[in-house]
Design a protein around this ligand. Structure first.
Ligand SMILES: *Cc1c(COP(=O)(O)O)cnc(C)c1O
Length: 450
């Protein structure tokens, strides 16, 4: 079996259980033409065959991770009610479940008091963080590293916050000397620390950034959309672990349950350490907040309608797999990192490839060996294309040449960037598939270089 279907039986049972809650209602039929529906749905199934196999361990490319079966089922189950977590009026149970799920995430960072909620994704969550920071530091600059997600430069455009990017060291992390030089000018209101960069999984040196916050005073936002859950892992290098240890000292944190938290798309999370920033959201809704004086999530969120189903799926997943150190969820993350280290060691020992630096989390980047950067880029593209025909799905990544000069002293660089290969090993199963992945990768590379 390629797609997991066994668990669907449980959905039927759970639907019957949920229906008991509405037993007092008079029957109301939902009308549809079953034949027509079936025809369309099978057409959809045919259309959906045209996808890379994101759910399978042979997909080792972009940052894509399949939802846990419990998340999938809980999401579907709640679709029969279709709650909207904007207000308690539209999403009663699911709003409470969101508050509980978010409290568990906050606790993971050591926060008992905080303000936070789910969002449609990391972009919206970061938008709220930067919006709050901009309101608290009007006119001041926002800094993020050159390897930070591009969303920060774009969001600051939307918010009219002046943006500057800070150069990186040769491991893709924000350069602390360069950061301090910018801070000395005295016009910086916010620094974004990337805790797990989208490109390479690099973790900005948070302790050093916090020391600079002491000295210069700025708001620190941690964008850990992809890397946040690694706060639970026990197999990081001491240097990376030191950054995670102090993550709770940031002023705001973004984490995406739809990246590493086993959720379907549409689930990000923003947390603020100081709950009083909630006053910045203050508004009166003429429509919605009537059912109780309790907090409606729409009162502390820029988005209005949001899928209650996302909260239900997340709550269910955290119920099944509590986010504790050493627990099953944490062990799954650690396996991802083991898989990345395993692949990296093989690449490093293989004369056909060039490597840069060991993965900090679970993303590996490398390139086919050549002496000119244009040739490296060409071979990367060829390897990417050919590997896919062998059912190994990788990703391409355009990496700045200036960060490679030390690692690749024998290469002549002819352009500002080099196309490299990138593999996000985000499925715990990847740890059991590294032999398979390696054979497919090496076999493809040998065929190309012959
Ligand atoms: C994915 C990602 C984002 C953007 O989040 P979306 O959920 O794709 O909107 C922002 N920052 C980082 C570090 C990310 O990895």
């Amino acid at each position: 079996m390629k797609l997991e279907k066994e668990s669907l039986g449980i959905l039927r049972e759970a639907l019957d259980r949920m229906e008991e809650g509405f037993a007092g209602l008079p029957d109301a039929e939902v009308h549809y033409d079953a034949d027509a529906l079936r025809g369309v749905l099978l057409e959809v199934a045919d259309r959906m065959k045209d996808n890379y196999p994101y759910f399978h361990p042979c997909y080792a490319g972009q940052m894509l991770k399949p939802p846990h079966p419990v998340a999938r089922l809980a999401y579907m189950l709640s679709m029969w009610v279709n709650p909207n977590n904007h207000a308690l009026d539209g999403g009663k149970a699911s709003s409470h479940m969101e508050k509980e799920a978010v409290a568990d995430i906050a606790r993971m960072f050591g926060w008992e008091s905080y303000l936070g909620h789910l969002s449609s994704g990391g972009t919206m969550a970061n938008l709220e963080a930067l919006w709050v920071s901009g309101k608290l530091n009007p006119g001041k600059k926002l800094l993020a590293s050159e390897q930070a997600h591009y969303t920060h430069s774009r969001i600051t455009e939307v918010l009219h916050i002046p943006f500057e990017s800070v150069p990186c060291d040769n491991r893709s992390r924000m350069d602390m000397g360069a950061l301090e030089d910018r801070l000395k000018k005295g016009d910086v209101g916010t620094v974004v620390a990337t805790i797990g960069s989208t490109g390479t999984g690099a973790v900005d040196p948070l302790s050093a950034i916090l020391d600079l916050r002491e000295k210069y005073g700025f708001r620190l936002h941690a964008d850990s959309a992809y890397g946040g859950y690694y706060v639970l892992a026990d197999n990081l290098t001491p240097e990376t672990a030191a950054s995670y240890k102090r993550l709770g000292e940031a002023d705001s944190i973004v984490i995406d349950p739809h990246k590493h938290g086993l959720q379907p798309y549409g689930c990000g999370c923003i947390l603020f350490r100081d709950p009083s920033v909630g006053t910045l959201y203050k508004h009166d809704s003429p429509y919605t907040y009537f059912s109780s004086s309790e907090l409606h999530l729409g009162e502390i969120s820029l988005e209005c309608s949001r899928a209650g189903a996302s909260a239900v799926a997340l709550w269910a997943t955290q119920r099944l797999l509590p986010m504790t150190r050493g627990g099953e969820f944490a062990r799954g993350l650690m396996k991802c990192r083991d898989a990345a280290l395993d692949l990296y060691r093989r690449l490093e020992a293989e004369p056909l490839f060039l490597t840069m630096f060991p993965p900090e989390l679970d993303i590996v980047i490398w390139a086919p060996k050549a002496t000119r950067s244009s040739e490296i880029s060409r071979l990367s593209q060829e390897l990417f294309d050919k590997a896919a025909t062998n059912d190994l799905h990788l990703a391409l990544f355009s990496y700045p040449s200036k960060l490679l000069k030390d690692a690749w002293p024998d290469v002549t660089f002819e352009a500002d960037t080099v196309a490299c290969l990138r593999s996000c090993l985000m499925k715990p199963d990847h740890a059991d598939w590294t032999d398979h992945i390696w054979e497919a990768l090496k076999g493809t590379m040998q065929a190309i270089s012959r």
